[in-house]
Structure formats: C-alpha cells, structure tokens
Ligand binder design. Structure first.
Ligand SMILES: C[S@@+](CC[C@H](N)C(=O)[O-])C[C@H]1O[C@@H](n2cnc3c(N)ncnc32)[C@H](O)[C@@H]1O
Length: 370
C-alpha cells in the first residue's frame, strides 16, 4: 500500500546510511560468515518503515480532521494563522505541519504553508477527486486496528458492523465508499460494455455511485441498489444529489436472508465478498444467478489476492481489516472467486483488463441463454 508520500519518506529514511555502512564494515573486519554479511547488507529501515507506518496515517488523519488542506485552498498561511483558524495549539500544529510537509502532502517556504498538486487534488473538499471521506473512514477504524492482536488470537471481530456503531460511523463509511467509487466508476463505465442492457441490480451497492456512473454512460439503463435500510437512507441522499434518483431505485434487503427479485439483465457485486465467509459468498452468487435473466451478465469487483496468495499488499491488508470487523470475512483470490462463479452456473468467466491501473480485480461472467 505504498503511496507516493510513503515512497518519498522511505527514500528520505534511507539517506542517513552511516549506521548501516559502519556496521557492515565492522562485520567485514571480523571476517564474519557470508550469511551474516548478507543479513547486514539488508536495510533495517524496511522493517522500521513498516513498524512506524501508522505514525504517517495518524498525521494525515489529524490534518484532514483539522481541515488543513481545505483551509489552504488557493492560499498560503503560517502555522500560527492555521492554528488560530483550527483552534489548535500553535506548537502542536506547527509540529504536525512539519510532518505533513515531510510526507509530501504540503509545501512550505519562508514559514508559509501551501497545498501541492497531491493535496489539491485529493484532500481539498469540493475537488471532484476528493478522498477526505475515505481518510476519515480509515481514521474511524484506527481504535479497532489497535486490537488486531485480539482478533488474530480469538479469530473474531473486535468491533461491530458500521451499521451498529451509530449514524455518524455509517455515514463516514458510505460516503467513504462514494468518494472511492467516483474514479473507479468512471473507469468501469468507460471499459464495461452495457450497450443494450436495461436493468442493473447492484447487490450491497452502498452509495449507489457505480449505478449512477453506469446510468450516466448508458442512456437506456436503469439500476436498483439493494442494501440494508439504514444504508439506503444515505444512498438516496447521494443519488439524489447527483440528479439520478429517477434512474437508480433503492430496494431494501438483507443479502443474508432475502432474495434479490427477478428481471435484471446485469448484476454488480462490488467490494462485498470479502466481508463474508466463502459459504455466504457462494449463497450470494446463487441468489444473483436466480435474479438474472438468461443471457444476463454478472460483474464482480473486489480487491483480490493473486493465485499464490502472496499479495498484493492492499488486498491482503483488506483481509486483515475484515478479520477485525467481521465474523467470516477474508481476502479471496481471483482464482477462488472465478471458481465459485463457475460452480454457481456462470459461464464465460473472465478477468477484465481495465484501461487504467486500478486496485480492483474485475471479473465478468454470463448466465447461459438456455
Ligand atoms: C464495502 S461496502 C461496498 C459498497 C459498494 N458495493 C461499493 O463497492 O462501493 C459494503 C456494503 O455492504 C452492505 N451490506 C452489509 N451487510 C449487508 C447485508 N447483510 N445485506 C445487504 N447489504 C449489506 C453495506 O451496507 C455496504 O453498503
């Protein structure tokens, strides 16, 4: 999950290499074994960087919570001015700002701070590519991640579902999904052919953003978001704000206990398999199969593991997040999911190569015509 800022920091951390080279020289002088020498040649900062990675996360979370980037939209300010605006302690805020600059998210000249390209694009409210909502969502998960040890030892979640944590947590979660889906939705709408399709069902569709993007791109298409009633209140708000309430319907339902209806020629299952056990995922796939008309299309999108289950790191870490938050969730491999799709009756199952890099794996399949 290395972003640009992380890479920059890792590069900076590598610079003071005197400790490492002195250690190697000493060991060489003592004619140590080849094995010890190669171990010494490894960079201990690789471990240190991972070990302290949450320091960086918390600096970003706090800067977003204080609205630093939005306050700096189109202007520069000193630490003192920002501290007054944020009602924060001047010493505390300046220390935070220095760290934000060091992580590559702000620049500073002559004591005045300004946004850079990265923060302007992703951290200023109102930007079409704003990611602050998902940053706040990760921030809200921080206490639960502190109990990872317990989750691993007990094999059980350490926190309830977002739906059980009050309206604010649920809003953070669904809006986080919305902001995340904006860019990915454009990409999917560009690359997945919906021509001739009339009705898309989005199971556990959350904010409904993918439906909105598909409907905007395909004039003859309407969509239905199936999700829990509490989520759908927020879905209606988002879909309404995008002017698509008449084309994106909301269907209250629990995918664990309810059927999905009938008469859809396409079904989307996005970012919801990894919150459930394989048994539940297969049940959802069976219900999706029943809901789709013959010849209909299934589209599965998730952050999946590779065949060997050695990565990518983001998918593996999402698996850990599911361990913390759900009783049965995990990250699954592309191979596993494709096999489950075929076992439920879908044919022509294939991976779609999107035209731009994306952290998601997208699988397409078809319900046979006869
Ligand atoms: C990670 S979000 C994914 C949202 C959306 N599909 C996306 O990719 O942006 C998971 C969604 O599952 C929904 N969900 C969780 N449990 C559910 C259940 N038992 N029945 C229906 N929806 C559920 C949540 O409300 C949430 O919208």
């Amino acid at each position: 999950m290395q972003n640009t800022a992380t890479k920059k920091k890792a590069a900076r951390l590598k610079k003071p290499s005197t400790v490492k080279s002195t250690a190697i020289k000493k060991q060489k002088g003592k004619s140590t074994s080849k094995k010890t020498q190669s171990a010494a040649a490894l960079d201990p900062m690789a471990v240190m960087g991972i070990s302290s990675a949450y320091w960086q996360s918390k600096v970003l979370h706090t800067a977003v919570r204080l609205d630093i980037f939005t306050r700096l939209k189109g202007r520069t300010a000193t630490a003192k001015q920002l501290a007054t605006a944020c009602k924060a302690d001047p010493r505390g805020l300046e220390i935070l700002l220095v760290a934000v600059v060091s992580l590559g998210l702000l620049s500073q000249k002559g004591g005045r701070y300004r946004n850079n390209k990265l923060s302007n694009a992703f951290l200023v409210k109102g930007s079409p590519t704003f990611q602050g909502g998902i940053v706040s969502m990760f921030d809200s998960w921080y206490p639960a991640w502190g109990d990872l040890y317990d989750a691993v030892v007990k094999g059980a979640p350490v926190v309830g579902k977002p739906h059980d944590q009050g309206p604010e947590a649920l809003r953070n979660y669904i809006y986080g999904m919305h902001y995340r889906a904006l860019g990915q939705g454009n990409l999917l709408a560009k690359d997945i052919d919906f021509s001739g399709r009339k009705h898309l069902l989005d199971v556990a569709g959350g904010p409904g953003t993918f439906c909105v993007k598909f409907c905007q791109k395909n004039k003859g298409l309407k969509a239905t978001v199936l999700d829990l009633p509490q989520t759908l209140e927020i879905t209606s708000e988002i879909v309404g704000s995008l002017g698509m309430a008449d084309r994106v319907a909301r269907r209250p339902g629990n995918y664990l206990t309810d059927t999905f209806g009938k008469g859809y020629d396409s079904v989307l299952l996005s970012s919801m398999f990894n919150q459930e056990s394989p048994k539940v995922v297969k049940k959802i796939l069976k219900n999706a199969y029943r809901a789709i008309d013959p010849g209909g299309m299934i589209l599965v999108q998730d952050q999946m593991l590779n065949r060997e289950k050695t990565g990518p790191a983001l998918s593996a870490l999402i698996g850990v997040n599911q361990l913390i938050h759900t009783p049965g969730g995990a990250a699954y491999s592309e191979k596993e999911v494709s096999e489950w799709m075929r076992a439920c009756g879908f044919r022509k199952v294939k991976t779609v190569q999107l035209s731009e890099p994306s952290p998601f794996v997208v699988l397409l399949g078809e319900k046979p015509k006869k």
